[in-house]
Design a protein around this ligand. Structure first.
Ligand SMILES: Nc1ncnc2c1ncn2[C@@H]1O[C@H](COP(=O)(O)OP(=O)(O)OP(=O)(O)O)[C@@H](O)[C@H]1O
Length: 303
């Protein structure tokens, strides 16, 4: 792993505008070689947090650490960042501006040209190198933004909604580029509203709600948290489950049910009750189901 790669830590990040606190005491980590999904509704504070992490916005309180010490401008200079407001020049030919950006990040013009051409070609824009950015469709402009953030083999990636507007093929290419960087140990944080994509890609998640971190950790830890859920199916009506103390039936349809066992109840004794009662009601299945990321997201953001 590149020795300049490190763990990113947001510690108590807070941003106040006037009397409005838009990010409040947000703490989480982005681990080297992991992909962390940053989730939250519109206005939850994701962009504000990412801008503070990139040093573009002064936090009202809190700090950002890199490898355990305060993150510096020099650390950030080698990060790949895709801002929400994008920020390339509409009237410039795309390859030229990528070469220029690459040079700003310390590449020679020839290196920047090679890398940019390679990435643009991989993203299906090999025949558009001399076109002005504004002549491209929005999704293709987005592809050029991706190349801009990956030009200099970044030591970390902080991407604000990198997948928005991309077609499935471009999503796949972007994902494989991100995986390649992950394998090199690069920490990656990206925001998204696409829960299914975050569920598929991320080993870690941060959920922000009204400026506060409501859940953070590995996807496995989060799935294991909360009330345990079970699926029940039988040859006879499943409505009786509603009467079992400690059980909350989430959904029942004839002979099938989805239920939760209350955290305060004794899991083993409730399970034993259901199993023994179920045996007398032609039970086919009584199995634990892990919540999806969507279930977790809805759970923590509806509190
Ligand atoms: N300069 C500012 N002055 C006052 N309020 C601001 C400023 N910038 C952002 N905000 C407010 O901060 C809140 C968080 O905005 P932010 O853009 O960080 O949210 P977000 O989670 O990225 O949303 P989205 O998913 O819509 O991009 C919003 O209510 C926004 O209006």
């Amino acid at each position: 792993m590149n020795s300049r790669i490190g763990r990113i830590e947001a510690v108590g990040l807070t941003k106040v505008y006037g009397d409005k606190t838009v990010v409040s005491d947000a703490s989480f980590t982005v681990e080297p070689g992991s992909m962390t999904g940053f989730l939250g509704a519109n206005g939850a504070g994701k962009t504000t947090t990412m801008r503070m992490m990139m040093g573009l916005l002064e936090p009202t309180a809190g700090q950002v650490l890199y490898s355990g010490r305060p993150m510096t401008a020099e650390d950030r200079a080698s990060f790949g960042y895709m801002p929400e407001e994008r920020g390339l020049y509409p009237k410039q030919p795309i390859l030229n501006q990528l070469i220029y950006l690459g040079q700003l990040r310390g590449l020679s013009a020839a290196e920047a040209r090679d890398i940019a051409t390679g990435h643009l070609t991989a993203l299906g824009l090999g025949d558009r190198l001399k076109d002005k950015l504004e002549s491209l469709s929005l999704g293709n402009q987005q592809r050029v933004q991706i190349v801009a953030s990956l030009l200099h083999t970044p030591t970390a990636l902080i991407l604000d909604e990198p997948f928005s507007g991309l077609d499935p093929k471009a999503v796949d290419t972007m994902v494989s580029m991100m995986h390649e960087l992950m394998r090199k140990g690069v920490p990656i944080l990206f925001s998204s509203h696409q829960l299914d994509l975050v569920d598929r890609l991320c080993d870690r998640v941060v959920i922000l709600h009204e400026g506060q971190v409501k859940a953070t950790g590995s996807a496995t830890e989060l799935r294991g948290s909360g009330a345990p859920r079970f699926r029940y199916s039988a040859g006879a009506d499943a409505g009786w489950l509603r009467e079992v103390p400690g059980v909350r039936v989430l959904d029942v349809e004839g002979t099938e049910a989805l239920l939760e066992i209350a955290p305060a109840a004794d899991l083993e004794s409730v399970r034993t009750t259901i199993l023994s009662e179920g045996m007398q009601r032609q039970m086919h299945e009584f199995a634990r189901v892990l919540p999806t990321l969507g279930d977790i997201y809805r759970g923590v953001t509806s509190q």
